[in-house]
Write a protein of this length. Structure first.
Length: 202
C-alpha cells in the first residue's frame, strides 16, 4: 500500500517552478478572456477565440498540468464572461456547456502532446490546429447531447448551429495553425527552460 501511495505522489509531484508557470498561464488566460480584443476578436459576424491555441502552448510547455489549468480557465472563464454579459447567454443557463467540453479538450491535448514526444515545428502546427478542432468538436457534441435531454426550444437545430460555427471554425483553424508555426521556437525554448529549472530544483 505504501509503495502504491509513493508512486502516486511521485506522479503528481510539482515543483515551485511549475506552480509559478501554471499561475502565469492562468493569469494570461484570464486576461485573454476578460480584456476586450485580446483572446476574443469580433470581426463582423465572425467571433474568433485564440484561447485554444494557448492551451496547446501551455500543454507543450508545462505538460498535462498546463493543459488542464488553461482548459479549466477557458471553461470557467467562458461561463463567468457570460454572467457579466460579455459572452453567450446560453452558458448562463447551461454552465456545463462552457466547462465540460473544455475539460475534455484539456485531457485530449495532454494525451496528444505526450504521444507526440519531442517538440518539432510540424507538431506545434498540428496541435495548434487540433486545439481549435477539439474545442469545436467537443462543444458541438456536448451541445447536441444536452439538446437531446433538455428543452428543445433552448437549442438551435443542427443545420443552424453548423451554419453559425462553420466560418468561425475555418478562420480559427487558420489562426491556430499560423500561431502554432509562429510560436514553435518559443514553445520549444520554454519547455527546455522549465525542464532545466526542474532538474536544478531536484
Amino acid at each position: 500500500m505504501n509503495k502504491i501511495m509513493k508512486k502516486a505522489s511521485k506522479g503528481f509531484k510539482i515543483s515551485i517552478q511549475e506552480i509559478a508557470t501554471l499561475a502565469i498561464y492562468l493569469s494570461v488566460m484570464l486576461v485573454l478572456t476578460f480584456v476586450p480584443y485580446t483572446g476574443y476578436l469580433n470581426i463582423g459576424p465572425i467571433a474568433i477565440t485564440l484561447l485554444p491555441v494557448f492551451i496547446s502552448i501551455a500543454t507543450w510547455h508545462a505538460g498535462w498540468k498546463g493543459g488542464m489549468v488553461t482548459s479549466l480557465a477557458f471553461g470557467f472563464g467562458s461561463y463567468f464572461k457570460s454572467l457579466a454579459g460579455m459572452g453567450s447567454p446560453l452558458f448562463i443557463n447551461f454552465p456545463e456547456l462552457a466547462i465540460v467540453p473544455r475539460i475534455l479538450m484539456g485531457i485530449a491535448m495532454g494525451l496528444i502532446v505526450k504521444s507526440l514526444g519531442e517538440i518539432k515545428v510540424w507538431k506545434t502546427v498540428l496541435t495548434g490546429g487540433l486545439a481549435v478542432l477539439l474545442n469545436t468538436l467537443f462543444v458541438t457534441a456536448w451541445y447536441f447531447f444536452m439538446k437531446f435531454y433538455r428543452d428543445q426550444s433552448d437549442f438551435k437545430t443542427f443545420s443552424v448551429w453548423m451554419y453559425l460555427i462553420y466560418v468561425n471554425f475555418l478562420v480559427e483553424l487558420s489562426v491556430g495553425i499560423a500561431l502554432g508555426l509562429v510560436t514553435s521556437k518559443l514553445t520549444k525554448y520554454l519547455r527546455k527552460n522549465l525542464n532545466e529549472r526542474k532538474e536544478l530544483s531536484y
